[in-house]
Design a binder for this molecule. Structure first.
Ligand code: GDD
Ligand code: MN
Length: 398
């Protein structure tokens, strides 16, 4: 009885998946080789949460197919603790995406995360829950407020930790500056504050993503002392530091792309994807156009060859666009009927584009005397813009 691993884009739904009944609180416990910690943690968590939430919560262990078989140990726990659920991921890895996949499967109105290695003291959960109930959108357990700290860290480790925070403040002040402990992996957030945007699974620091992409107004913090690990080992290596920096840069550039997008009211990322798909279509179109129209091949008429080449390219493009360019929108309108409807609309719009394309091609070829392939290429470029905009508005509807 493992729970299904969600797939597709990393976005939290506004309601629990498959119309499941809501619970108050879902806590994700990401694990990798934590078989020696998981039982103690579950015992502590249930002892603390049961009196407060009774059956109205769930603990979701998301294990990345650990070699030490954490998932198996976790599964035996589900017999004693019905609140526990286990997700065993075999096709994806990484701390951040584990947390997001867990939240995607969760039923709670409040979504939380805690480490499995007992370095996050479980009793702080009650303080965090309280903060949310008092109106916070996000409640973060922090090492750097009153009551917080680290137990036995060397000067070097403290320095590295603070250095990373300082770097974050420089690169991404609006996100990193909102909390005293932006590196914290122990927090909870309202579902309604993070449902919607596509989250980025890069790196270890999922909190940055939540603050950076979520819709969060009130943030509360509660101090905690980061405990020493008793069993197993940390998974942090130099790679996580690199990913952290990349993550900061990506969140930062997103801000810039977004500003551009807003200024011109134009979805740049989508258009880039549409353009790339279009390029694959150009390739299909050009090859077929050559095969049909070139005097050394079939030697058919210019217009007839163009129409057939374009129709094949249109179908190629639809398949890619439906899955990729507009994949987030398509997944909200599932089913073969709806898909077929989109294909028809896409086709009609692209055919209108094709009329435009043929007119332009004839204009460029016959009137301006441009080489037929170059003329075709230019015509396709202009028509791409038309196709993108009208399809966005009509076929996938935003
Ligand atoms: N599913 C999954 N997949 N879980 C993972 C993975 C992974 O690839 N990597 C690590 N985990 C789990 C671990 O099993 C543990 O429960 C938790 O994520 C944290 O991993 P650690 O390797 O113990 O991290 P840490 O102790 O160095 O860092 C912790 O403290 C930081 C504060 O300095 C984490 O909580 C960080 O998130 C936190 O920011
Ligand atoms: Mn740890």
């Amino acid at each position: 009885t493992l729970i299904k691993t969600p797939h597709g884009s990393l976005t939290i739904p506004a309601c629990p998946p498959d119309n499941q009944t809501r619970v108050q609180f879902s806590l994700i416990i990401p694990t990798y080789n934590e078989s020696r910690n998981i039982k103690d943690l579950i015992v502590l968590l249930t002892r603390i949460l049961d009196p407060v939430l009774s059956n109205n919560y769930e603990l979701i262990i998301v294990d990345d197919n650990s070699p030490d078989r954490t998932w198996e140990v976790a599964q035996t726990l589900t017999q004693t603790y019905p609140q526990v659920q286990v997700m065993r991921r075999q096709n994806e890895k990484g701390l951040s995406s584990a947390v997001i996949r867990g939240w995607q499967a969760a039923r709670g109105d409040i979504l939380g995360v805690i480490d499995a290695d007992l370095q996050h003291p479980p009793e702080i959960l009650l303080k965090l829950l309280n903060k949310i109930q008092q109106g916070a959108d996000l409640a973060v357990a922090s090492r750097h407020v009153e009551g917080g700290g680290v137990s036995e860290w060397s000067i070097l480790r403290r320095f590295l930790s603070r250095g990373a925070q300082l770097l974050g403040l420089i690169i991404l002040p609006r996100v990193v500056g909102r909390v005293s402990d932006p590196m914290s992996g122990y927090f909870m957030v309202r579902r309604s504050s993070i449902a919607g945007p596509i989250l980025n699974p890069l790196g270890y620091k999922i909190l940055l993503e939540v603050i950076g992409r979520g819709n969060i107004e009130n943030i509360a913090e509660a101090g905690y002392v980061f405990q020493e690990r008793q069993e197993g080992e940390s998974k942090v290596t130099w790679k996580q530091y690199l990913e952290y920096i990349l993550h900061l840069l990506r969140l930062r550039s997103r801000g810039r792309i977004e500003k551009l997008t807003q200024r011109f009211n134009f979805p740049v990322g989508r258009f880039v994807r549409f353009g790339l798909v279009g390029l694959s279509g150009v390739f299909v179109d050009m090859s077929l156009f050559y095969l049909l129209s070139d005097p050394s091949a079939l030697g058919w008429g210019l217009t007839r060859s163009k129409i057939i080449a374009a129709e094949v390219a249109i179908i190629n493009n639809f398949l890619w666009n439906d899955r990729w360019t507009f994949g987030d929108l398509s997944s909200q309108q599932r089913g073969w009927g709806k898909r077929l409807k989109r294909l028809l609309k896409f086709n009609v719009i692209c055919l209108a584009g094709l009329v435009l394309n043929v007119l332009l091609l004839n204009l460029l070829f016959n009137v301006f005397g441009i080489n037929r392939y170059l003329a075709n290429f230019l015509a396709i470029g202009l028509v791409t813009l038309w196709n993108f905009w009208v399809n966005l508005k009509l076929s996938w509807r935003v």
